[in-house]
Design a protein around this ligand. Sequence first.
Ligand code: NDP
Ligand code: MG
Length: 383
Amino acid sequence: MSKKITLLGSTGSIGTQSLDVIRAQGYEVFGLSAHSHVDKILQQIQEFHPKYVCMTDPAAAEKLDAALAGRADAPYLLTGPEGLKELAALEGPDVVLNSVVGIAGLGASLCAIESGHDLALANKESLVTGGHLVTRAVEKHGVKLLPVDSEHSAIFQCLQDKESAKSLTKILLTASGGPFFGMKTEELRGKTKADALRHPNWNMGAKITIDSATLMNKGLELIEAVWLFGLPPEKIQIVVQRQSIVHSAVQYSDNSVIAQLGVPDMRIPIQYALTYPERVPGVVPELDFAALKMLTFDVADEETFRCLAACKKAIKKGGLGPCAANGANEEAVKLFLEDKIGFLDIGRLVEAVVDSDSFGGDYTLSDVYECDRMARAFVQAHR
Ligand code: NDP
Ligand code: MG
């Protein structure tokens, strides 16, 4: 069945892989958004002919506007964070896929849901920073929240037997362990941006690649899983699976474990979110068990990887704790990528923010943004 998609963050790693899926399935693109990559979005406009495009960075929007001048097929152009929210809310698509990076995606997720759209969510920061608001809005507007993150898609797939799902007792959230698996604090001290950007199994955007090296990504995913599947953090066990073949698993009350496996290619979970509940042939090759030979399992080392410990503390504190951890991490990763702080400073700063307040209680959207600002300022003051 043909579908119309609005794809936010189309120039990124998930964005371009989503367009592979859209191309292969012959879906229609209703809207696209990008932040800074004018040439890339121009190519996408040429191929997919969206009706609307949002360029969030104002300088890039001006360039794009100039490049599109006089073209008969030019889409309607929106700009800035407000434009992104407007695009997410527009009537027309069957589903909005949010693959923006960072808390910058939260407003658009909420607008899509509040406008009655099903939301395929790669932007885990939406749930981490505003989990209460997102899940409440999903309930209120009766829309589907379809996980794109590979682990959460795996869990979602393992929970499709609705009868069994009632007796879910545990989630086994798998982690690759990142490029620094097995290393202790002293070995991590001198790690550079180039070292941290070398992920063993996945080719992703810079921010999530650093998050994978610090294990912040697994901490964010633990919080994401709490919101998506309603289990407390104690019932979500992190298991290192170095080959990234087992994408996660669930355990039921009889201790039976059901896992989802596949080659490490994000186009499987992206496609499942877009075709759910159907399964159709796609672009990803089958898993070759003869070549694979073995799967290994290990424990995650949160003594060394403090971001993971900090995220666990943050979700236990509740309220804005996860938002503070996320804001501190976004700021610290930015500084690390600019060579302004060391690798270990990321974990130190995220943990310090989480330890700095009790964070409990309900919150509004403006509280989320205020907490994010506070966490970033804390990082700048303590770097
Ligand atoms: P990328 O950095 O590759 O892409 C991010 C996208 O968001 C780009 O289109 C970028 O535009 C846009 N963008 C950047 N800043 C802003 C902003 N301030 N406002 C609006 N849009 C912005 O990231 P990934 O694709 O790797 O990740 C996207 C999301 O998916 C993240 O939340 C990540 O955690 C999650 N995810 C990613 C996976 C992966 O394999 N990459 C796996 C699982 C989850 P431009 O490029 O034009 O500047
Ligand atoms: Mg993931």
